[in-house]
Design a protein around this ligand. Structure first.
Ligand code: FAD
Length: 316
């Protein structure tokens, strides 16, 4: 029996000549999107509109001539279960694009919530001391520690304006336990555990911290901060208990506690307390620069912080 491709598969392929040199003959003319009352450049308003669609974050990986290449992408979707197909959309300026052809291996690693550093790294953003590590499934590279991984080969590409769309036939799939890193409105977001406790924080302040924080875990007995040391980091406790020891006071705090914020606002001065993990602890760490940027962008967050500091001052 001869199998024929369904009619919709007859559409012409990428103008980027990725899989075929057949041109895309009916490229829609570019036009300005009607953005109603939204202010500013319509192209930016359109981009922001699309940013309201919350996604996970993936790192796409391929290997060519023995060299692994990775890039961060959120334009990823599951397409078909049988045959197993997924789709990714890649900017035509990306280095990745020139590495993909029919049959190219492509790994998709769905990042876990603690992997915003990996996301930044593979988007070419500056990150501190990160060494990428890859693992192979069927000789296809994937990012280690990811929440889910699919490995496959490119079977088709399609014209997608200033992006190209790649259809990938999946050969292997793996997933583990955990929560995903999310992307919404141009920022990272998280599905917060202990929501009820964290909800006690003003939402503007919570967003400022969760969108810029990088997750760090501590084992029982680890010192999160030591009295007198200088540092430019503050932390939001997500899970576990910490012991705060000041010369005049000891107290234990749990999820929702913000620690180290005074030192972040008062640079160059030493820590006011030693903070130790009583249990294993999961925190979001925000640097002074990231926090200042958040407070500048969102005055509501600055106000919320002042209110928290004022109530602590009154309590003490
Ligand atoms: P480069 O910019 O050269 O590579 C990316 C970075 O990874 C570089 O710093 C490079 O040094 C490093 N790197 C790659 N491989 C290795 C390796 N083997 N060892 C060490 N370092 C390595 N763009 C899209 O086209 N589609 C999307 O859907 C998309 N979604 C995004 C979602 C998010 C949340 C973010 C932050 C960015 C997204 N981008 C997307 C933008 C995209 O990630 C960047 O434009 C990226 O820089 C494109 O990668 P590139 O292939 O051009 O390679």
């Amino acid at each position: 029996m001869v199998s024929t491709a369904p009619q919709e598969f007859d559409i012409p392929l990428s103008t980027g000549a990725v899989l075929s040199d057949s041109p895309f003959e009916e490229i829609p003319a570019s036009h300005v999107v009607d953005v109603g009352d939204l202010e500013g450049d319509p192209a930016i308003a359109f981009r922001r509109t699309m940013g309201m669609f919350a996604t996970g974050v993936t790192v796409l990986t391929t290997i060519r001539d023995g060299q692994v290449h990775g890039m961060t992408a959120n334009a990823f979707m599951s397409v078909s279960l049988n045959p197993p197909l997924v789709l990714v959309s890649i900017d035509r300026r990306a280095k990745m694009l020139s590495m993909l052809h029919e049959g190219s291996p492509l790994g998709v690693s769905v990042l876990a919530e603690r992997q915003s550093m990996e996301s930044n790294f593979f988007a070419g953003r500056p990150v501190e001391a990160y060494e990428p590590s890859f693992e192979l499934i069927r000789d296809i590279p994937l990012v280690g520690g990811a929440l889910a991984q699919v490995a496959g080969r490119v079977v088709r590409s399609y014209w997608g304006g200033d992006h190209s769309l790649f259809l990938v036939r999946v050969e292997a799939a793996r997933y583990g336990e955990g929560k995903p890193l999310l992307f919404h409105g141009g920022r990272y977001e998280r599905i917060l555990q202990n929501e009820a406790v964290l909800a006690a924080l003003p939402p503007e302040l919570l967003t400022a911290i969760t969108s810029r924080g990088v997750e760090r875990t501590f084992a029982e007995g680890d010192v999160l901060m030591a009295l007198g040391e200088t540092s430019d980091e503050m932390m939001l406790v997500l899970e576990g208990q910490v012991l705060i020891e000041r010369p005049d006071r000891r107290l234990e705090l749990g999820p929702g506690a913000i620690v180290g914020e005074i030192e972040v606002l008062d640079p160059g001065k030493g820590r006011l307390a030693t903070i130790t993990a009583v249990t294993s602890v999961r925190c979001l760490v925000v640097t002074r620069d990231a926090f200042r940027e958040a407070l500048t962008e969102e005055p509501g967050a600055a106000l919320a912080l002042v209110e928290i500091l004022a109530s602590r001052f009154r309590d003490s």
